[in-house]
Design a protein around this ligand. Structure first.
Ligand code: DAU
Length: 336
């Protein structure tokens, strides 16, 4: 019997990796993607599976109840919510869209789950909800202390999800992933922005001293972790998905310089720091590991393959970088 999963935000970076992996590895699962096709939702991300008869696409916004209803159609066995505004810098420039999608959108989905009696709802969240972690690693029961408009909007989503479980017994799960990298990542984020700038011989803007720490997770490991938690997680629980690859931004930058054959002196520009910049994130992922998930991609290999992917897939990112992205880049970096 085929099960159908509704994947919201399935044209985005992590959502599309999830869709590709599920259709490739789970023959008994069909997928409906609901995606608003904002700037980061790109049909090219699912090109290789779009012809699969198990794939269905609905264009729409998760904050629009009618679009959610249309996507659910006769019913689905699970909803996995990837749809979100995700970029911290954009949330600092313009927070409103984050509230609409990450807070209101999550609310609309939860109401649909409740009304339609959908058996599973998984909220894709982030380690950013824990805020800056001076030492040690965040565990799922730690207090959440979001510090950017983006992180606060995701925390607002998480709190609603948990409250629905307590109040209505809604069968929810939350995953909190660490910084994710790999193919098809929109080039506003650190790794794809730096790789593509370096390929073009442009400078890369390192915020502040570059000694901020992030924990890196390959997108395929992240996608598999979400599918694993969906299938094996305990309703009402949160699962951290951390890569276990803590690096400073400068370490990442130096590696990318090596991979693209550029030098620090000519290519790196230290610029004004991000406002309210979280210095360090770190996740304790032992709960997800005890559930049977293990990240498989070694960071060095994953990073080199990612750089090679951007080199060989200029046809994917050049149209993005020459479009609306240009005005965002100006707005974000010109004054720094
Ligand atoms: O930790 C998970 C989060 O990772 C996700 O929830 C977010 O959706 C995702 O955007 C990412 O957030 P970050 O703010 O950590 O990612 P970003 O790629 O924007 O930045 C990574 C680090 O690199 C951060 O310390 C800021 C720094 N940075 C970033 C950019 C874009 C720079 O130094 N220069 C830059 O131009």
């Amino acid at each position: 019997m085929t099960h159908r999963w509704l994947v919201t935000g399935g044209l985005g970076f992590i959502g599309s990796a999830f869709v590709r992996n599920v259709l490739r590895e789970r023959p008994a699962i069909a997928v409906t993607v609901l995606d608003a096709m904002t700037y980061a939702g790109n049909p090219a991300n699912v090109e290789e599976v779009a012809g699969d008869p198990r794939y269905r696409f609905v264009r729409g916004d998760i904050a629009d109840a009618a679009a959610v209803e249309e996507a659910i159609g006769d019913g689905v066995d699970a909803i996995v919510n990837f749809a979100a505004e995700t970029h911290v810098d954009r949330s600092i420039l313009d927070p409103e869209a984050f509230i609409r999608t990450d807070v209101m959108g999550t609310h609309v989905l939860l109401e649909a789950v409740r009304r339609r009696g959908i058996p599973r709802f998984l909220q894709v969240s982030t380690d950013e909800v824990y805020g800056h972690v001076a030492e040690g690693a965040s565990r799922e029961r730690d207090p959440i202390r979001p510090r950017s408009p983006y992180a606060a909007s995701k925390a607002g989503g998480d709190l609603q999800v948990l409250a629905y479980h307590t109040t209505y017994g809604t069968p929810v799960l939350i995953t909190r992933g660490s910084n994710t990298y790999g193919p098809y990542q929109y080039p506003e984020k650190l790794i794809p922005l730096f790789v593509t700038n370096l390929i073009d011989g442009e400078q890369v803007p390192v915020y502040g001293d570059g000694l901020q720490v992030r924990d890196w997770l390959h997108v395929d490991d992240h996608a598999r972790g979400i599918a694993h938690v969906l299938e094996h997680g305990v309703p009402g629980e949160v699962y951290n998905l951390g890569g276990g690859n803590s690096r400073t931004n400068l370490e990442i930058t130096r590696r990318l310089l090596e991979l693209t054959g550029r030098s620090y002196e000519t290519s790196v520009r230290h610029v004004a720091d991000r406002e309210g910049h979280d210095r360090r994130y770190a996740l304790d992922a032992s709960k997800a590991r005890a559930l049977g998930w293990t990240p498989a991609v070694p960071f060095e290999t994953g990073l080199a393959e990612t750089a090679a992917w951007y080199r060989s897939r200029e046809a994917w990112w050049r149209p993005i970088k020459s479009g609306d992205f240009r005005s965002y880049y100006q707005r974000q970096y010109a004054h720094r």
